[in-house]
Design a protein around this ligand. Structure first.
Ligand code: NOJ
Ligand code: CA
Length: 551
Protein backbone atom coordinates (compact mmCIF):
# COMPACT_ATOMS: atom_id res chain seq x y z
CA UNK A 1 0.00 0.00 0.00
CA UNK A 2 1.29 3.49 -0.80
CA UNK A 3 0.60 5.39 2.38
CA UNK A 4 1.57 8.77 1.17
CA UNK A 5 3.80 10.36 -1.40
CA UNK A 6 6.03 11.50 1.45
CA UNK A 7 8.87 12.44 -0.88
CA UNK A 8 6.83 15.23 -2.47
CA UNK A 9 7.62 17.40 0.53
CA UNK A 10 10.62 15.78 2.17
CA UNK A 11 13.53 17.69 3.66
CA UNK A 12 16.52 15.46 3.00
CA UNK A 13 19.82 15.69 4.88
CA UNK A 14 22.89 14.11 3.32
CA UNK A 15 25.49 12.65 5.62
CA UNK A 16 28.44 10.27 5.57
CA UNK A 17 28.59 8.18 8.69
CA UNK A 18 32.41 8.26 8.80
CA UNK A 19 32.68 12.01 9.25
CA UNK A 20 29.67 12.73 11.44
CA UNK A 21 30.25 11.49 14.98
CA UNK A 22 32.75 9.03 16.39
CA UNK A 23 31.45 7.19 19.47
CA UNK A 24 34.40 4.88 20.26
CA UNK A 25 37.39 7.15 19.86
CA UNK A 26 38.97 5.40 16.86
CA UNK A 27 38.81 8.57 14.77
CA UNK A 28 36.07 7.29 12.43
CA UNK A 29 32.43 8.28 12.68
CA UNK A 30 30.10 5.35 13.30
CA UNK A 31 26.45 4.32 13.53
CA UNK A 32 26.38 4.65 17.28
CA UNK A 33 27.64 8.21 16.99
CA UNK A 34 25.17 9.02 14.22
CA UNK A 35 22.32 7.57 16.28
CA UNK A 36 23.28 9.84 19.17
CA UNK A 37 22.96 12.81 16.89
CA UNK A 38 19.43 11.96 15.79
CA UNK A 39 17.99 14.40 18.31
CA UNK A 40 20.02 17.15 16.71
CA UNK A 41 18.63 16.19 13.30
CA UNK A 42 15.13 15.90 14.66
CA UNK A 43 15.48 19.38 16.15
CA UNK A 44 16.67 20.70 12.83
CA UNK A 45 13.49 19.30 11.34
CA UNK A 46 14.79 17.12 8.54
CA UNK A 47 12.43 14.33 7.52
CA UNK A 48 14.83 12.01 5.73
CA UNK A 49 18.51 11.18 6.01
CA UNK A 50 20.42 10.19 2.91
CA UNK A 51 23.39 8.08 3.99
CA UNK A 52 26.45 7.84 1.78
CA UNK A 53 27.85 4.34 1.24
CA UNK A 54 28.80 2.53 4.43
CA UNK A 55 29.09 -1.06 3.19
CA UNK A 56 32.32 -3.00 3.33
CA UNK A 57 34.83 -1.27 1.12
CA UNK A 58 38.53 -0.53 0.62
CA UNK A 59 37.30 3.09 0.65
CA UNK A 60 39.38 4.35 -2.22
CA UNK A 61 36.42 6.42 -3.42
CA UNK A 62 34.82 7.29 -0.09
CA UNK A 63 32.94 3.99 -0.06
CA UNK A 64 31.66 4.15 -3.66
CA UNK A 65 33.81 1.06 -4.20
CA UNK A 66 31.94 -1.69 -2.40
CA UNK A 67 33.42 -5.11 -1.71
CA UNK A 68 30.43 -6.61 0.12
CA UNK A 69 26.93 -5.25 -0.42
CA UNK A 70 25.54 -7.04 2.62
CA UNK A 71 27.95 -5.87 5.32
CA UNK A 72 28.43 -2.68 7.22
CA UNK A 73 32.10 -1.80 7.00
CA UNK A 74 33.45 -2.80 10.43
CA UNK A 75 34.95 0.67 10.91
CA UNK A 76 31.38 2.05 11.16
CA UNK A 77 29.89 -0.66 13.37
CA UNK A 78 27.81 -3.75 12.78
CA UNK A 79 24.57 -4.59 11.02
CA UNK A 80 23.07 -4.54 14.50
CA UNK A 81 24.20 -0.94 14.99
CA UNK A 82 22.71 -0.07 11.62
CA UNK A 83 19.32 -1.49 12.54
CA UNK A 84 19.43 0.28 15.92
CA UNK A 85 20.08 3.47 14.01
CA UNK A 86 17.24 3.06 11.49
CA UNK A 87 14.91 2.11 14.31
CA UNK A 88 15.81 5.15 16.36
CA UNK A 89 15.41 7.35 13.31
CA UNK A 90 11.97 5.87 12.75
CA UNK A 91 11.02 6.60 16.38
CA UNK A 92 11.62 10.24 15.57
CA UNK A 93 9.73 10.13 12.31
CA UNK A 94 12.89 10.38 10.23
CA UNK A 95 13.30 8.15 7.19
CA UNK A 96 16.63 6.73 6.12
CA UNK A 97 17.61 6.51 2.47
CA UNK A 98 20.88 4.88 1.47
CA UNK A 99 23.15 5.01 -1.51
CA UNK A 100 22.79 2.09 -3.89
CA UNK A 101 26.07 1.80 -5.76
CA UNK A 102 25.56 -0.91 -8.35
CA UNK A 103 27.05 0.53 -11.49
CA UNK A 104 30.31 -1.03 -10.37
CA UNK A 105 31.95 -2.84 -7.50
CA UNK A 106 35.35 -2.55 -5.90
CA UNK A 107 38.01 -4.61 -7.68
CA UNK A 108 38.33 -6.34 -4.31
CA UNK A 109 34.76 -7.66 -4.50
CA UNK A 110 34.78 -11.49 -4.54
CA UNK A 111 32.70 -11.36 -7.74
CA UNK A 112 35.50 -9.54 -9.55
CA UNK A 113 38.20 -11.69 -7.99
CA UNK A 114 36.37 -14.80 -9.16
CA UNK A 115 35.62 -13.29 -12.57
CA UNK A 116 39.21 -12.42 -13.37
CA UNK A 117 40.55 -15.78 -12.19
CA UNK A 118 38.13 -18.19 -13.76
CA UNK A 119 36.78 -17.77 -17.32
CA UNK A 120 34.20 -20.46 -16.62
CA UNK A 121 32.87 -18.80 -13.50
CA UNK A 122 29.36 -17.34 -13.67
CA UNK A 123 30.92 -14.14 -12.36
CA UNK A 124 33.02 -13.62 -15.49
CA UNK A 125 29.98 -12.22 -17.24
CA UNK A 126 29.17 -9.97 -14.27
CA UNK A 127 31.74 -7.56 -15.68
CA UNK A 128 32.54 -6.11 -19.08
CA UNK A 129 35.59 -7.45 -20.92
CA UNK A 130 37.47 -6.97 -24.13
CA UNK A 131 40.44 -8.88 -25.56
CA UNK A 132 41.93 -5.77 -27.10
CA UNK A 133 41.96 -2.24 -25.80
CA UNK A 134 38.93 -0.65 -27.51
CA UNK A 135 39.54 2.34 -29.73
CA UNK A 136 37.47 4.68 -27.61
CA UNK A 137 39.13 3.57 -24.37
CA UNK A 138 40.49 6.99 -23.60
CA UNK A 139 37.13 8.70 -23.86
CA UNK A 140 34.23 9.14 -21.49
CA UNK A 141 36.17 9.35 -18.24
CA UNK A 142 34.12 10.73 -15.36
CA UNK A 143 37.18 12.07 -13.57
CA UNK A 144 39.29 13.60 -16.36
CA UNK A 145 42.71 14.66 -15.23
CA UNK A 146 42.81 11.95 -12.57
CA UNK A 147 41.43 8.99 -14.48
CA UNK A 148 43.39 8.17 -17.64
CA UNK A 149 41.20 5.60 -19.36
CA UNK A 150 37.95 3.62 -19.14
CA UNK A 151 39.53 0.29 -20.10
CA UNK A 152 42.34 -1.23 -18.07
CA UNK A 153 44.17 -4.49 -18.63
CA UNK A 154 43.80 -7.04 -15.89
CA UNK A 155 46.92 -9.21 -15.85
CA UNK A 156 45.10 -12.13 -14.22
CA UNK A 157 42.33 -12.34 -16.80
CA UNK A 158 44.63 -11.26 -19.60
CA UNK A 159 41.82 -8.99 -20.81
CA UNK A 160 40.72 -5.40 -20.56
CA UNK A 161 37.81 -4.53 -18.27
CA UNK A 162 35.56 -1.51 -18.52
CA UNK A 163 35.36 1.05 -15.73
CA UNK A 164 33.38 4.24 -16.18
CA UNK A 165 34.98 5.60 -12.98
CA UNK A 166 38.38 4.83 -11.39
CA UNK A 167 40.25 1.68 -12.45
CA UNK A 168 39.52 0.05 -9.08
CA UNK A 169 35.78 0.27 -9.85
CA UNK A 170 35.06 -2.33 -12.59
CA UNK A 171 31.61 -1.80 -14.12
CA UNK A 172 28.95 -4.41 -13.61
CA UNK A 173 27.36 -5.82 -16.73
CA UNK A 174 23.78 -4.77 -16.12
CA UNK A 175 22.59 -6.59 -19.21
CA UNK A 176 23.25 -9.84 -17.42
CA UNK A 177 20.02 -11.02 -15.74
CA UNK A 178 22.07 -12.52 -12.91
CA UNK A 179 23.46 -9.08 -12.12
CA UNK A 180 19.95 -7.61 -12.14
CA UNK A 181 18.83 -10.34 -9.78
CA UNK A 182 21.68 -9.41 -7.43
CA UNK A 183 20.68 -5.76 -7.56
CA UNK A 184 17.14 -6.68 -6.55
CA UNK A 185 18.44 -8.86 -3.77
CA UNK A 186 20.55 -6.00 -2.42
CA UNK A 187 17.56 -3.65 -2.48
CA UNK A 188 15.40 -6.26 -0.79
CA UNK A 189 17.99 -6.80 1.92
CA UNK A 190 18.29 -3.16 2.97
CA UNK A 191 14.54 -2.61 2.74
CA UNK A 192 14.14 -5.35 5.34
CA UNK A 193 16.55 -3.46 7.56
CA UNK A 194 14.41 -0.36 7.56
CA UNK A 195 15.45 1.92 4.72
CA UNK A 196 12.87 3.98 2.84
CA UNK A 197 14.61 3.88 -0.49
CA UNK A 198 17.78 4.42 -2.41
CA UNK A 199 19.81 7.21 -3.89
CA UNK A 200 20.87 5.36 -6.97
CA UNK A 201 24.39 6.16 -7.97
CA UNK A 202 25.37 6.90 -11.57
CA UNK A 203 21.95 6.00 -12.96
CA UNK A 204 22.55 6.68 -16.68
CA UNK A 205 25.59 4.42 -16.56
CA UNK A 206 23.72 1.68 -14.73
CA UNK A 207 21.13 1.44 -17.50
CA UNK A 208 23.54 1.82 -20.39
CA UNK A 209 24.62 -1.12 -22.47
CA UNK A 210 28.36 -1.54 -22.03
CA UNK A 211 31.13 -3.09 -24.04
CA UNK A 212 33.82 -2.39 -26.60
CA UNK A 213 31.35 -1.51 -29.37
CA UNK A 214 31.23 2.24 -30.05
CA UNK A 215 27.45 2.73 -29.83
CA UNK A 216 25.37 2.17 -26.72
CA UNK A 217 21.71 2.17 -25.79
CA UNK A 218 19.98 3.21 -22.59
CA UNK A 219 17.74 0.47 -21.21
CA UNK A 220 15.05 2.65 -19.66
CA UNK A 221 12.81 -0.38 -19.22
CA UNK A 222 15.13 -1.40 -16.39
CA UNK A 223 13.90 1.54 -14.34
CA UNK A 224 10.38 0.27 -14.28
CA UNK A 225 11.49 -3.13 -13.14
CA UNK A 226 13.49 -1.61 -10.26
CA UNK A 227 10.48 0.41 -9.21
CA UNK A 228 8.10 -2.52 -9.39
CA UNK A 229 10.34 -4.65 -7.29
CA UNK A 230 10.72 -1.91 -4.70
CA UNK A 231 7.03 -1.32 -4.42
CA UNK A 232 6.15 -4.97 -4.18
CA UNK A 233 8.44 -5.16 -1.20
CA UNK A 234 7.60 -1.84 0.41
CA UNK A 235 4.89 0.39 -1.01
CA UNK A 236 6.32 3.75 0.02
CA UNK A 237 9.94 3.06 -0.88
CA UNK A 238 11.49 5.22 -3.56
CA UNK A 239 14.44 5.64 -5.87
CA UNK A 240 16.16 8.99 -6.05
CA UNK A 241 18.43 8.92 -9.06
CA UNK A 242 21.71 10.62 -9.60
CA UNK A 243 21.23 11.42 -13.27
CA UNK A 244 22.81 14.55 -14.63
CA UNK A 245 20.93 14.53 -17.92
CA UNK A 246 19.44 16.93 -20.42
CA UNK A 247 15.81 17.96 -19.87
CA UNK A 248 14.66 16.19 -23.02
CA UNK A 249 15.46 12.89 -21.30
CA UNK A 250 13.75 13.56 -17.97
CA UNK A 251 10.55 11.79 -18.85
CA UNK A 252 12.47 8.71 -19.91
CA UNK A 253 13.64 8.51 -16.31
CA UNK A 254 10.38 9.44 -14.57
CA UNK A 255 8.31 7.48 -17.09
CA UNK A 256 5.56 9.22 -19.06
CA UNK A 257 2.99 7.70 -16.74
CA UNK A 258 5.08 8.03 -13.61
CA UNK A 259 5.91 4.34 -13.66
CA UNK A 260 9.68 4.64 -13.40
CA UNK A 261 11.69 6.71 -10.90
CA UNK A 262 10.02 8.70 -8.15
CA UNK A 263 12.79 11.25 -7.80
CA UNK A 264 15.81 12.68 -9.60
CA UNK A 265 18.31 15.29 -8.60
CA UNK A 266 17.77 18.38 -10.69
CA UNK A 267 21.33 19.00 -11.87
CA UNK A 268 20.07 21.16 -14.71
CA UNK A 269 18.55 23.70 -12.35
CA UNK A 270 21.40 23.36 -9.85
CA UNK A 271 23.98 24.65 -12.31
CA UNK A 272 21.81 27.61 -13.21
CA UNK A 273 21.12 28.41 -9.57
CA UNK A 274 24.87 28.82 -9.15
CA UNK A 275 25.06 30.89 -12.29
CA UNK A 276 22.29 33.09 -10.89
CA UNK A 277 24.05 33.37 -7.53
CA UNK A 278 27.32 34.27 -9.24
CA UNK A 279 25.98 36.82 -11.71
CA UNK A 280 22.58 37.86 -10.31
CA UNK A 281 21.11 36.99 -13.71
CA UNK A 282 18.11 34.73 -13.26
CA UNK A 283 17.24 34.27 -16.94
CA UNK A 284 18.96 30.90 -17.47
CA UNK A 285 17.51 29.68 -14.16
CA UNK A 286 14.00 30.65 -15.19
CA UNK A 287 14.50 28.84 -18.46
CA UNK A 288 15.81 25.76 -16.64
CA UNK A 289 12.78 25.74 -14.34
CA UNK A 290 10.52 25.81 -17.38
CA UNK A 291 12.54 23.12 -19.15
CA UNK A 292 12.25 20.80 -16.16
CA UNK A 293 8.65 21.62 -15.34
CA UNK A 294 7.25 18.52 -16.98
CA UNK A 295 7.05 15.53 -14.68
CA UNK A 296 4.36 13.04 -13.74
CA UNK A 297 2.20 14.05 -10.75
CA UNK A 298 3.68 11.35 -8.55
CA UNK A 299 7.29 12.22 -9.38
CA UNK A 300 9.43 14.82 -7.69
CA UNK A 301 12.62 16.79 -8.18
CA UNK A 302 15.30 16.81 -5.54
CA UNK A 303 16.90 20.24 -5.48
CA UNK A 304 20.23 20.89 -3.84
CA UNK A 305 23.01 23.41 -3.65
CA UNK A 306 26.20 21.51 -2.82
CA UNK A 307 26.72 17.79 -2.36
CA UNK A 308 29.66 15.52 -1.52
CA UNK A 309 31.08 15.80 -5.05
CA UNK A 310 32.38 18.78 -6.95
CA UNK A 311 29.83 21.32 -8.12
CA UNK A 312 29.52 20.07 -11.69
CA UNK A 313 29.11 22.98 -14.12
CA UNK A 314 29.59 20.82 -17.21
CA UNK A 315 26.18 21.63 -18.64
CA UNK A 316 26.61 25.39 -18.70
CA UNK A 317 28.04 27.25 -21.69
CA UNK A 318 31.75 27.97 -21.54
CA UNK A 319 31.00 31.59 -20.76
CA UNK A 320 28.49 30.81 -18.03
CA UNK A 321 30.86 28.34 -16.42
CA UNK A 322 33.65 30.89 -16.47
CA UNK A 323 31.38 33.41 -14.75
CA UNK A 324 30.74 30.95 -11.91
CA UNK A 325 34.46 30.11 -11.69
CA UNK A 326 35.34 33.81 -11.57
CA UNK A 327 32.98 34.48 -8.70
CA UNK A 328 33.19 31.29 -6.64
CA UNK A 329 36.27 29.32 -7.58
CA UNK A 330 38.81 31.53 -9.34
CA UNK A 331 41.94 29.54 -8.37
CA UNK A 332 42.82 26.42 -10.35
CA UNK A 333 43.12 24.65 -7.03
CA UNK A 334 39.43 25.26 -6.31
CA UNK A 335 38.39 23.68 -9.60
CA UNK A 336 38.17 20.02 -10.50
CA UNK A 337 37.84 17.69 -13.51
CA UNK A 338 37.80 20.70 -15.92
CA UNK A 339 34.16 21.29 -15.13
CA UNK A 340 33.51 22.02 -11.50
CA UNK A 341 34.26 23.64 -8.19
CA UNK A 342 35.20 21.47 -5.25
CA UNK A 343 34.51 23.93 -2.42
CA UNK A 344 31.83 24.04 0.23
CA UNK A 345 28.95 26.48 -0.04
CA UNK A 346 30.10 28.77 2.81
CA UNK A 347 33.42 29.81 1.25
CA UNK A 348 31.90 29.89 -2.24
CA UNK A 349 29.57 32.61 -1.00
CA UNK A 350 32.48 34.21 0.87
CA UNK A 351 30.95 33.46 4.22
CA UNK A 352 28.36 36.19 3.67
CA UNK A 353 25.45 35.01 5.78
CA UNK A 354 22.90 37.21 4.07
CA UNK A 355 23.84 35.53 0.82
CA UNK A 356 23.88 32.06 2.38
CA UNK A 357 20.41 32.57 3.83
CA UNK A 358 19.13 33.85 0.52
CA UNK A 359 20.68 30.91 -1.35
CA UNK A 360 19.12 28.45 1.08
CA UNK A 361 15.79 30.22 1.05
CA UNK A 362 15.87 29.99 -2.74
CA UNK A 363 16.66 26.28 -2.55
CA UNK A 364 13.75 25.70 -0.18
CA UNK A 365 11.34 27.40 -2.55
CA UNK A 366 12.28 25.61 -5.76
CA UNK A 367 9.65 23.26 -7.21
CA UNK A 368 10.60 20.01 -5.53
CA UNK A 369 12.05 18.70 -2.29
CA UNK A 370 15.24 20.21 -0.84
CA UNK A 371 18.37 18.22 -0.07
CA UNK A 372 20.90 19.79 2.26
CA UNK A 373 24.40 18.65 3.10
CA UNK A 374 25.66 18.09 6.62
CA UNK A 375 27.60 21.06 7.93
CA UNK A 376 26.05 23.49 5.49
CA UNK A 377 23.49 24.34 8.18
CA UNK A 378 26.47 25.81 10.09
CA UNK A 379 28.18 27.37 7.07
CA UNK A 380 31.13 24.96 7.33
CA UNK A 381 34.20 25.48 5.13
CA UNK A 382 36.61 23.32 3.16
CA UNK A 383 40.25 22.25 3.32
CA UNK A 384 41.79 22.71 -0.10
CA UNK A 385 44.96 20.90 0.92
CA UNK A 386 43.01 17.62 0.74
CA UNK A 387 42.89 15.82 -2.62
CA UNK A 388 40.02 16.02 -5.09
CA UNK A 389 36.57 16.03 -3.48
CA UNK A 390 37.79 15.25 0.03
CA UNK A 391 38.26 18.95 0.68
CA UNK A 392 34.52 19.32 1.26
CA UNK A 393 34.14 16.13 3.30
CA UNK A 394 35.81 17.13 6.57
CA UNK A 395 34.28 16.04 9.89
CA UNK A 396 31.21 17.72 11.32
CA UNK A 397 32.05 20.58 13.66
CA UNK A 398 30.09 19.98 16.83
CA UNK A 399 31.76 22.14 19.44
CA UNK A 400 34.93 23.94 20.54
CA UNK A 401 36.24 20.78 22.18
CA UNK A 402 39.40 19.28 20.64
CA UNK A 403 38.79 18.08 17.09
CA UNK A 404 35.44 19.85 17.09
CA UNK A 405 33.94 17.25 19.40
CA UNK A 406 33.85 14.87 16.43
CA UNK A 407 36.22 12.35 17.99
CA UNK A 408 38.28 11.77 21.13
CA UNK A 409 41.02 10.15 19.06
CA UNK A 410 43.91 12.31 17.92
CA UNK A 411 43.74 10.81 14.43
CA UNK A 412 40.49 11.75 12.72
CA UNK A 413 39.69 9.94 9.48
CA UNK A 414 39.97 13.28 7.64
CA UNK A 415 41.47 16.42 9.17
CA UNK A 416 39.09 18.62 11.15
CA UNK A 417 39.12 22.26 10.05
CA UNK A 418 40.79 24.18 12.84
CA UNK A 419 42.34 27.34 11.43
CA UNK A 420 40.87 30.43 9.85
CA UNK A 421 37.33 31.75 9.67
CA UNK A 422 35.85 28.28 9.12
CA UNK A 423 37.76 26.58 11.93
CA UNK A 424 35.70 24.84 14.56
CA UNK A 425 36.40 27.50 17.19
CA UNK A 426 34.45 29.90 15.02
CA UNK A 427 31.94 27.55 13.39
CA UNK A 428 30.34 24.79 15.42
CA UNK A 429 26.91 23.48 16.32
CA UNK A 430 27.17 24.06 20.09
CA UNK A 431 27.77 27.81 19.80
CA UNK A 432 25.23 28.26 17.04
CA UNK A 433 22.61 26.44 19.02
CA UNK A 434 22.86 29.10 21.74
CA UNK A 435 22.70 31.99 19.32
CA UNK A 436 19.18 32.81 18.15
CA UNK A 437 20.50 34.59 15.05
CA UNK A 438 22.85 31.76 13.96
CA UNK A 439 22.65 30.04 10.60
CA UNK A 440 21.77 26.81 12.41
CA UNK A 441 18.72 28.34 14.08
CA UNK A 442 17.82 30.12 10.88
CA UNK A 443 17.93 26.80 9.01
CA UNK A 444 15.69 25.24 11.62
CA UNK A 445 13.18 28.06 11.16
CA UNK A 446 13.24 27.91 7.37
CA UNK A 447 12.72 24.13 7.46
CA UNK A 448 9.74 24.62 9.73
CA UNK A 449 8.38 27.20 7.32
CA UNK A 450 8.98 24.95 4.32
CA UNK A 451 6.92 22.24 6.00
CA UNK A 452 4.07 24.71 6.48
CA UNK A 453 4.04 25.46 2.77
CA UNK A 454 3.18 22.16 1.08
CA UNK A 455 2.15 24.11 -2.01
CA UNK A 456 5.81 24.13 -3.04
CA UNK A 457 6.03 20.36 -3.18
CA UNK A 458 2.57 19.69 -4.51
CA UNK A 459 1.56 22.75 -6.44
CA UNK A 460 2.07 24.22 -9.88
CA UNK A 461 4.48 27.07 -10.16
CA UNK A 462 4.42 30.20 -12.21
CA UNK A 463 7.32 32.60 -12.67
CA UNK A 464 6.02 36.11 -12.01
CA UNK A 465 7.33 39.05 -13.93
CA UNK A 466 9.25 41.40 -11.64
CA UNK A 467 10.75 43.51 -14.40
CA UNK A 468 14.14 42.82 -12.83
CA UNK A 469 16.57 40.10 -13.97
CA UNK A 470 18.09 39.96 -10.52
CA UNK A 471 14.86 39.11 -8.72
CA UNK A 472 13.08 35.77 -8.96
CA UNK A 473 9.40 35.65 -7.98
CA UNK A 474 7.55 32.33 -7.98
CA UNK A 475 3.92 31.63 -7.30
CA UNK A 476 2.65 28.22 -6.27
CA UNK A 477 -1.01 27.19 -6.35
CA UNK A 478 -2.41 24.07 -4.79
CA UNK A 479 -5.91 23.22 -3.56
CA UNK A 480 -7.07 26.82 -3.46
CA UNK A 481 -4.05 27.95 -1.54
CA UNK A 482 -1.21 29.94 -2.95
CA UNK A 483 2.16 31.30 -1.94
CA UNK A 484 4.54 33.74 -3.54
CA UNK A 485 8.28 33.70 -2.88
CA UNK A 486 10.67 36.42 -3.98
CA UNK A 487 14.46 36.39 -3.97
CA UNK A 488 16.79 39.27 -4.70
CA UNK A 489 20.09 37.89 -5.97
CA UNK A 490 21.76 41.28 -5.98
CA UNK A 491 23.69 42.89 -3.19
CA UNK A 492 21.63 46.06 -3.50
CA UNK A 493 18.12 46.95 -2.53
CA UNK A 494 15.55 47.32 -5.22
CA UNK A 495 11.87 47.97 -5.61
CA UNK A 496 9.87 45.58 -7.73
CA UNK A 497 6.29 45.29 -8.84
CA UNK A 498 4.37 42.09 -9.29
CA UNK A 499 0.80 41.71 -10.37
CA UNK A 500 -1.52 39.06 -9.03
CA UNK A 501 -4.65 39.09 -11.11
CA UNK A 502 -6.96 37.22 -8.75
CA UNK A 503 -9.01 38.89 -6.05
CA UNK A 504 -7.38 37.09 -3.16
CA UNK A 505 -4.01 38.15 -4.48
CA UNK A 506 -4.69 41.68 -3.23
CA UNK A 507 -3.28 40.75 0.12
CA UNK A 508 0.10 39.10 0.64
CA UNK A 509 0.83 37.97 4.17
CA UNK A 510 4.53 37.79 4.88
CA UNK A 511 5.38 34.47 6.51
CA UNK A 512 8.81 35.50 7.79
CA UNK A 513 8.32 39.10 8.97
CA UNK A 514 5.51 41.56 9.75
CA UNK A 515 5.99 43.23 6.43
CA UNK A 516 2.77 42.38 4.58
CA UNK A 517 1.74 43.82 1.26
CA UNK A 518 -1.52 45.26 0.01
CA UNK A 519 -2.13 45.61 -3.71
CA UNK A 520 -2.84 48.93 -5.34
CA UNK A 521 -4.30 49.60 -8.75
CA UNK A 522 -5.25 46.39 -10.55
CA UNK A 523 -3.63 43.91 -8.23
CA UNK A 524 -0.16 45.43 -8.32
CA UNK A 525 2.16 44.97 -5.35
CA UNK A 526 5.11 47.27 -4.93
CA UNK A 527 7.68 45.51 -2.82
CA UNK A 528 11.04 46.69 -1.56
CA UNK A 529 13.65 43.93 -1.61
CA UNK A 530 16.68 44.35 0.63
CA UNK A 531 20.16 43.36 -0.67
CA UNK A 532 20.04 39.54 -0.95
CA UNK A 533 16.51 39.82 0.46
CA UNK A 534 13.99 36.98 0.41
CA UNK A 535 10.25 37.12 1.12
CA UNK A 536 7.71 34.32 1.48
CA UNK A 537 4.07 35.36 1.25
CA UNK A 538 0.82 33.55 1.63
CA UNK A 539 -1.64 34.82 -0.93
CA UNK A 540 -4.82 36.18 0.64
CA UNK A 541 -3.61 35.26 4.09
CA UNK A 542 -5.59 33.75 6.92
CA UNK A 543 -8.13 36.55 6.81
CA UNK A 544 -9.09 35.53 3.36
CA UNK A 545 -9.56 31.91 4.36
CA UNK A 546 -11.78 32.92 7.31
CA UNK A 547 -13.93 35.14 5.13
CA UNK A 548 -14.40 32.36 2.64
CA UNK A 549 -15.48 29.89 5.26
CA UNK A 550 -18.13 32.34 6.58
CA UNK A 551 -19.76 32.66 3.22
C1 NOJ B 1 28.78 9.42 -8.01
C2 NOJ B 1 29.12 9.70 -6.59
O1 NOJ B 1 28.38 10.81 -6.15
C3 NOJ B 1 30.61 9.92 -6.54
O2 NOJ B 1 31.00 10.38 -5.27
C4 NOJ B 1 31.30 8.65 -6.92
O3 NOJ B 1 32.70 8.86 -6.99
C5 NOJ B 1 30.82 8.12 -8.26
N1 NOJ B 1 29.40 8.18 -8.42
C6 NOJ B 1 31.24 6.69 -8.46
O4 NOJ B 1 30.46 5.84 -7.67
CA1 CA C 1 34.33 5.08 15.55
Amino acid sequence: MIKDLWYKNAVIYSVHVGTYMDSNADGIGDFEGLARRLDYLHGLGVTCIWLGPFQKSPRRDDGYDISDFYQVDPCFGTLGDFVEFTNQAEQRGIRVMIDLVVNHTSDQHPWFQEARRDPASKFRDFYVWSDKKPENADEGMVFPGVQKTTWTRDPVAGKYYFHRFYDFQPDLNTENPLVLAEIRKIMGFWLELGVCGFRMDAMPFVISTKGPQPRHRLRYDMLRSFREFLQWRRGDAIILAEANVEPKNNLHYFGEDGDRLQMMFNFWVNQRVFYALATADIKPLVKALEQTRDRPDNAQWAHFLRNHDELDLGRLTEEQRQAVFDDMGPDKDMQLYNRGIRRRLGPMLRGDWRRLEMAYSLLFTLPGSPVIRYGDELGMGDDLTLPERNCARTPMQWSTEPLAGFTRSSKPVLPVIEQGPYGFHKINAADQRRDASSLLNWTERIIRMRKEVPEIGWGDFKVLDTGNDGVLALRYDWRNNAVVTIHNLRNESTEIQIRLADEKGRQLVNLLTQDHSQAHGRGVHTIVMEPYGYHWYRVGGLGYLLERSNE
